[in-house]
Design a protein around this ligand. Structure first.
Ligand SMILES: *Cc1c(COP(=O)(O)O)cnc(C)c1O
Length: 408
């Protein structure tokens, strides 16, 4: 037996069946037409943002990192809840504009920005978080051609890391950002060139559940921004402090204590160095805002035994929910929170392994899990599917096609 991850709060049962946003799983599937289906609860996202705002200092703006989930209705819904949007490609930028975000609310980070992407950002007035000196030169040149002052910030590759971070994005040799020691000279150059200087973007990791680690990272981030600004002799109109807030996916993961993080940040804000006194601060979060609000529903199409193991074979799989299969940045595969929708919250009766319909042994949604007895036709719910699900999975692999998506 292998444990399942903890089912996020906010999901109920009606006559024993899983309810999402007021509707049972089978109702949702009927409305969508068929499984596999991603369902995103607007209510849970709204509550998540409200709780976050209550815990964080008022001065801290909250941005959504749309790569976590770019589903259009969700993107539109989130627009009214957050203060800004972080995009990582020209494609995301176009989607964000179509969803109604204003250029002033958008910042664009990410390595390998092409000239056409830089041009669109400069033309529309989106903030570019520059990943290199070369990118800075190209953005400045495009600004000269278009006769607009590009809105530029430098993404810093900090020497520190986010402790216990799921995916390391800072510290040491990285394709992301400009090394600390090269930042002051570049910042001066950008300001001297007449750009609309925005400040710094310092992102050092993701999926942290330890408040102490986040508090330490935020303190390091503020210190670094102040030091770099001092060395460069530039102001910091805006500081994107990164994010890194994680969600519990696996057994024994405990939620991040956002009150502790918020209280420590409030203390820091109360004692800012002079160079940051007028700065506007933001954090950028993806999975923390939307991850636990999404559920992936997939139907059991076969039930079989092999050498003593019960396999529940579903019509979904890693082509929609790569992360739950353990193939998206995890070293050791562990079970996501999973339930049989018809008997949500019921005691486990048997050990079963839930697999997808792809012809590869990688396609496992739950391994040796203790579950109520499930039959062909039952719906399996995979939780924590609101971030890095549909858009982060190889939907064309094996010709199965994309999952349906809906928000409720
Ligand atoms: C991916 C990414 C995020 C979002 O990460 P989450 O773990 O989903 O919060 C934020 N900022 C940057 C720069 C990223 O690359």
């Amino acid at each position: 037996m292998k444990p399942l991850g903890p089912i996020p709060g906010g999901f109920d049962a009606k006559d024993g069946e899983l309810v999402i946003g007021g509707k049972t799983a089978s109702q949702l599937v009927r409305e969508a037409g068929e499984t596999p289906l991603f369902v995103y609860s607007r209510d849970l996202i709204e509550r998540r943002v409200a709780d976050l705002r209550a815990a964080m200092p008022e001065r801290l703006a909250i941005h959504y990192a749309m790569k976590a989930n770019p589903y259009r209705p969700l993107l539109e819904f989130v627009a009214d809840l957050v203060d800004g949007l972080d995009v990582a490609s020209g494609g995301e930028l176009a989607q964000a504009r179509e969803a109604g975000y204003l250029p002033r609310e958008i910042s664009f980070a990410g390595p390998g920005k092409r000239d056409a992407e830089l041009r669109e950002a400069v033309r529309s007035g989106v903030t570019l978080n520059l990943e290199s000196a070369n990118e800075a030169d190209r953005a400045l040149e495009i600004g000269r051609q278009l006769r607009v002052a590009p809105r530029l910030a430098i993404r810093v590759n900090p020497a520190f890391e986010l402790r216990g971070s799921g995916m390391k994005m800072g510290g040491g040799a990285k394709p992301f950002g400009v090394d600390e020691n090269k930042v002051p000279e570049l910042a001066r150059r950008i300001v001297d060139a007449g750009a609309d200087w925005r400040g710094f973007h310092i992102y050092s990791g993701s999926q942290a559940l330890d408040a102490g680690a986040v508090i330490e990272m935020q303190a390091n981030t503020l210190e670094l921004a102040a030091r770099l600004a001092g060395e460069a002799g530039v102001s910091v109109p805006h500081l994107n402090m990164g994010g890194g807030f994680g969600i519990p996916y696996f057994d024994r993961d405990a939620p991040l204590d956002i009150r502790a993080v918020g209280a420590a940040l409030a203390d820091r804000f109360a004692a800012l160095p002079a160079v940051l006194a007028g700065t506007r601060f933001a954090i950028e979060l993806g999975r923390y805002l939307v991850g636990e609000a999404g559920v992936y529903l997939t139907r059991i199409v076969d039930r079989k035994e092999s050498h003593g193991t019960t396999f529940l074979v579903t019509d979904g799989g890693l082509h929609h929910q790569l992360a739950a299969s353990g193939n998206f940045g995890t070293v050791v595969r562990r079970n996501y929170p999973v339930a049989i929708a018809r008997c949500f919250g019921a005691q486990g009766e048997e050990e079963a392994t839930i697999v997808g319909c792809l012809c590869t042994p990688l396609d496992r949604l739950a391994d040796q899990a203790r579950l109520p007895r499930a039959e062909v036709g039952d719906i399996v719910a995979v939780f924590c599917a609101g971030a890095y699900g549909a858009s982060a999975s190889p939907a064309t692999f094996l010709g199965q096609g994309p999952a349906r998506e809906m928000s409720v």
